[in-house]
Design a protein around this ligand. Structure first.
Ligand code: MLT
Ligand code: MN
Ligand code: ZN
Length: 297
């Protein structure tokens, strides 16, 4: 199985257009060691011929162009055969609008994610005669691409920001936010870019995986507040922080997993640069995802 990180950053990307935080400033500076990172998506394939996208980011056009494996092989063609969503956030659906030029693919969602897309007429640019919308139930195995099985499962999350009314329910486990299990030739990988908590059942599911690509949005619970970039805690955003008592570093520390890679990393996250936070993550044997990273298992 081959996984290519198309975009390792969270919504907004690095740099984010309206952010002057130290990471965003560095990412704008060609002389700095921190290259820009695009928004959340990966591509996956069992045979390097047939590819599925997991999430479609606003940066998808650029991501496809700079990834040779995803280029057309003849006139009007694409190796992208499926797009699967893990939630309906803008950073995961806006790229669908980039895929409107008459290329057939399967658009795979949960029923509620499908309803959210159907309720927004702009997605009618994906002609239903060409783009086949498929809903899949939680915990059912299906073929995502030739030789590549997938299963989606609920993870703690919340409704998309643009559907929040007042204070949303936090940490609900339902069809709004899912993780993806990928299986091929006896190897198992998980892709979970948004996750508000790791309850025991979810940890048990992840145990023994060959690779885990996991929500690395924020380092600390109060990062947005402390950095002066926002008012919400990590949990209020639907993401568990890396550090701290309820963080993913502690929760995943003892789990036997081949490779642990943080993805969906917010531009404010100190792990983007060398420092104690990055060292702590690396000492815990986590890798920091980056655009173009390839994981082969
Ligand atoms: C998130 O991951 O929290 C969302 O992408 C936020 C957003 O929609 O901007
Ligand atoms: Mn996001
Ligand atoms: Zn920033």
């Amino acid at each position: 199985m081959r996984m290519i990180v198309l975009g390792a950053a969270a919504g907004g990307g690095l740099p984010q257009w309206n952010c002057g935080c130290p990471n965003c400033r560095d990412a704008r500076d060609p002389a700095s060691p921190l290259p820009p990172q695009t928004q959340s998506s990966i591509a996956v394939s069992a045979d390097s011929q047939h590819w599925a996208l997991l999430n479609a980011s606003p940066d998808l056009r650029m991501q496809l162009e700079r990834t040779p494996a995803l280029h057309p092989r003849k006139l009007r063609d694409s190796p992208v055969e499926a797009v699967l969503l893990t939630n309906s956030d803008v950073d995961h659906i806006a790229g669908l609008l980039t895929l409107r030029e008459g290329h057939p693919f399967r658009l795979i969602t949960t029923p509620i994610q499908g309803e959210i897309l159907a309720a927004n007429p702009v997605f009618r640019v994906l002609d239903p005669a060409i783009v086949h919308r498929e809903t899949v139930a939680l915990d059912q195995t299906f073929m995502l691409a030739p030789g590549l099985e997938a299963r989606i499962f609920a993870v703690p999350g919340k409704v998309p920001l643009y559907l929040e009314e007042g204070e949303p329910e936090l940490g609900g486990e339902n069809e709004q936010t899912v993780g993806v299990e990928l299986s091929c030739h006896g190897k198992r990988a998980f892709y979970i870019p948004g996750c508000a908590a790791l309850p025991p059942g979810l940890l048990a599911r992840l145990a023994g995986a060959d690779a885990l690509l996991f929500d690395g949005t924020l380092f600390t619970e109060d990062e947005m507040i402390e950095s002066g970039t926002g008012r919400k805690t990590s949990r209020r955003m639907g993401h568990m922080p890396m550090d701290g008592p309820g963080g993913s570093l502690a929760a995943l520390a003892t789990l036997a997993i081949g490779r642990k890679v943080y993805i969906h990393i917010n531009n404010t996250n100190p792990v983007w640069r060398d420092g104690p936070e990055r060292r702590k993550v690396e000492e815990a044997r986590f890798e920091i995802g980056h655009d173009g990273m390839e994981i082969v298992i």
